[in-house]
Design a binder for this molecule. Structure first.
Ligand SMILES: [Zn+2]
Length: 99
């Protein structure tokens, strides 16, 4: 980058800085000067409160369960019963008995 002193930073390789070696600036001052020379940016997009309020509705809940009409186990609605393999009052799956 070309330009005047305004665009020079204190980073390594700052051979362009005419004051280098003449002024013993502590690192804090150097960092502050660099922060002033960079473009302004927002610290965060949304506040913590706004993020927290949005996430207050993000909790997951247990899915709905219905009762199997064959074995009366609780099963997922519109799914084959994993216990007896029935769906809509007929057997569609052979279920292996857990031994
Ligand atoms: Zn069942």
């Amino acid at each position: 980058m070309s330009g005047g002193r305004r665009f020079q930073t204190c980073a390594a390789g700052s051979t362009l800085n005419p004051l280098r070696g003449k002024i013993k600036a502590p690192a804090r001052t150097c960092a502050r000067r660099e922060r002033i020379l960079t473009m302004p940016n927002p610290k965060r997009r949304h506040s913590k409160r706004r993020t927290s309020l949005r996430r207050s509705h993000d909790a997951i809940t247990a899915g709905a369960l219905s009762e199997c009409p064959n074995c009366h186990e609780r099963k997922r609605p519109h799914h084959v019963c994993p216990k007896c393999g029935h769906y809509k009052d007929r057997e569609v799956l052979e279920v292996k008995e857990a031994s």
